[in-house]
Design a protein around this ligand. Structure first.
Ligand code: ZN
Length: 504
């Protein structure tokens, strides 16, 4: 069959990209600091080879043969979809000048180092020229890919196909006032006692993290968990999907919820249909990244679902609290209710990654508007700190005391990721939509969750989301699973129920 040459090529690209993932995993868990320069070269070389394989003349011939092959009657829709996806990615690649790819790769390495130094010294001025250049190249990428209303649209399409600046502004316009209302209500609750601070040795935190990941179904026969600085999940095909976590020795929550989050990502990857291994449905051919989830937001929906909907629920902890007490006997004298109040405490803060469920999206909305303004030139890089302060004041009611806790806090822009922040909020909204539908679809899911059993929920997610990998567009996946494309109401119901209902 003449689809084979194309499939074979995608398989080879996937092999290169999963190998890049392995090198990245190593560099963020095991590698000594001195290995960074050599590792950067290795990753750059393999990524360049993957890109060459994705758009060289031989690839074009294989693609044309495959297109003729699927054009005849009787070919399964899944094969047509595969070929369409390859065509979209290949055409996009061929619009991006090779010189721009090189410049972006080179800049990313120096900008990341400059950002690390600038953040450590709270010295935005030293990072500003590299940020300015990053934006110039991001704009060049947007122009090469093509856009009609706003350059942001071309970049968001890399991470969350289907969204545009206009669609996000409409969504945020609905979300912002509702979040402000929920935040005001949550802050009117009696303050939670701080029962999460204490002395928690990392070894015990790691053991507890592993137990909790296993409790939600993360498969250690095809995975492992290791400590890192900025936690992530990464896969080398569905057969080897790794997660990472981090610990604060004096606070227990970060490792618990960070682990549930990454294990949620891991569940998605471990449960992609085995027949999609090494295929376009497990390969982001445009982003040159081996991943099974259909969009960044869809991926984030699974991590947030297990972190927040499952992981911060009373039902989960009624069953798992003994694990916590075994790991840290100090919790024997802490009532479950006090623990639950502490893990659902709401308090606006400066740092996105530390934000609670109610204030998290404000951080995202701030970044999306700033990215759009940087890209269209209405904001210059040098004015970023001031605009950041204004935005944080307007959205969170806080004063930003320095740039380290302000515009220098995230690694994304230095890494060349412009247009990806919105996917965190898309993930939050999508998580609630999927969770609400799952619970409504079968009373057994809710009953099992009340007993601490995520099995029936996982079966629903496997069937509706995980197994499909990247086969469907996010909105098609949502429509099939929930009967509707992205919808805000379930998310607002979830937050209102948890943070406004006094009988919680
Ligand atoms: Zn995540």
């Amino acid at each position: 069959m003449s689809l084979e040459p194309l499939k074979e090529r995608i398989g080879a690209i996937n092999d290169l990209l999963t190998t890049v993932n392995l090198l990245v995993w190593d560099s963020r868990t095991m590698m000594p600091a001195g290995g960074a320069a050599a590792r950067g070269r290795q990753v750059a070389t393999l990524t360049r080879l993957a890109r060459d394989l994705a758009c060289d003349d031989d690839m074009m011939r294989r693609l044309e043969v495959a297109e003729r092959d699927v054009a005849v009657a009787g070919v399964p829709e899944i094969d047509r979809a595969a070929v369409r996806q390859v065509r979209g990615a290949v055409d996009a690649h061929r619009r991006i000048p090779a010189e721009l790819v090189e410049r972006r790769a080179r800049l990313q390495a120096s900008a990341t180092q400059s950002w690390i130094d600038a953040r450590a010294r709270d010295d935005f001025a030293s990072f500003e020229p590299l940020l300015a250049e990053t934006i110039v190249l991001a704009r060049a990428l947007a122009d090469a890919l093509g856009w009609s209303e706003h350059p942001y649209d071309a970049l968001v399409n890399l991470y969350e196909p289907g969204e545009t600046l206009a669609s996000l502004r409409a969504l945020f316009g609905e979300l912002r006032p509702e979040l402000k209302r929920i935040l005001a209500g949550a802050q009117a609750r009696p303050p939670a006692r701080d029962v999460l601070s204490g002395d928690f040795p990392p070894a015990e935190q790691l053991a507890l993290s592993a137990r909790l990941a296993a409790a939600i179904g993360y498969d250690f026969k095809h995975g492992r968990i290791d400590p890192t600085v900025h936690p992530f999940e990464i896969s080398f095909t569905r057969d080897d999907v790794r997660i990472t976590t981090r610990f604060k020795p004096n606070h227990v929550a970060q490792s618990i919820f960070g682990t549930l989050h990454e294990a949620g990502h891991g569940l998605y990857e471990q449960n992609v249909d085995p027949s999609f291994t090494r295929s376009i449905f497990a390969t982001d051919l445009l982003g040159l990244y081996a991943v099974g989830g259909t969009s960044y937001g869809a991926h984030e929906s699974q991590s947030r679902l297990f972190e927040n909907h499952v992981g911060r629920s009373a039902a989960f902890w009624r069953r798992r609290y003994p694990d916590l007490v075994t790991a840290f006997p100090v919790f024997a004298s802490v009532p479950l209710e006090a623990f639950l109040a502490a893990i659902t405490r709401v308090s606006p803060g400066l740092i996105r990654t530390d934000a609670d469920e109610v204030t998290y999206d404000f951080h995202v909305m701030v970044r999306v508007e700033i990215e759009a303004a940087l890209l269209d030139g209405s904001l210059a890089a040098r004015d970023l700190p001031e605009v950041w302060r204004e935005q944080v004041r307007a959205n969170l009611g806080l004063e930003v005391p320095n740039d380290r806790e302000g515009c220098l806090q995230d690694a994304h822009w230095a890494a060349g990721l412009v247009g990806s922040f919105c996917t965190y909020t898309i993930g939050n909204i999508m998580a609630a939509q999927l969770f609400e539908t799952a619970c409504a679809s079968s009373p057994q899911i809710r009953t099992a969750l009340e007993e601490g059993d995520v099995g029936p929920l996982s079966s629903w997610l496997r069937e509706s989301v995980w197994r499909h990998g990247r086969r469907f567009h996010r909105n098609d996946l949502l429509a099939q699973a929930t009967g509707s494309t992205l919808k805000l109401a379930p998310y607002l119901r979830h937050l209102s129920q948890r943070y406004l209902d006094p009988a919680r």
